[in-house]
Design a protein. Sequence first.
Length: 176
Amino acid sequence: METREITLAAIIAALYSALVIVLAPISFGPIQLRVADCLIPLAALLGWPAVYGVSLGAFIGNAYFMQYTGPLDVVLGALANLVAAALIFRLRRSLMTACLGGSVVIGVVVGGYLWIYFPPPDIAGLNLPIWLAMIVSITLSSVVTVAGIGFLLVKALTTSGINEMLESLGLKTHLE
């Protein structure tokens, strides 16, 4: 990676972790709205710097609150973001499908262990196993942030002509 790409990854990591920390009450727990996850679809536009940035940002943000969830969340949360962002980058030509796929990755990975730390929410009165209830809860929240807000963010940026500005700064973009 070039210096510009490393810098971009660092900026995204800082923004992601800052959003997690500042919005902590809603960034953690069985019902969470991790607003920082709206940055994950930036991978479709910015490529690997965004993939690495949201992964490092999750690592830092989760490490900041490790006393509530432990090292499992620090490592697996960052890994979930890495896989979700890489998937979105790979499937970027069908952005909504990519964002929904990334949401499922986050829901399955994070929901797959988060039930260890928090009791799962009641989901429409269904009597689900605790691990499945947590996967459903985290997947639904990821759909809101990744496939909802994140998708709209990327669409707004690409229609605003940001590609030309970024490319004039020597950065590569991956969406028209």
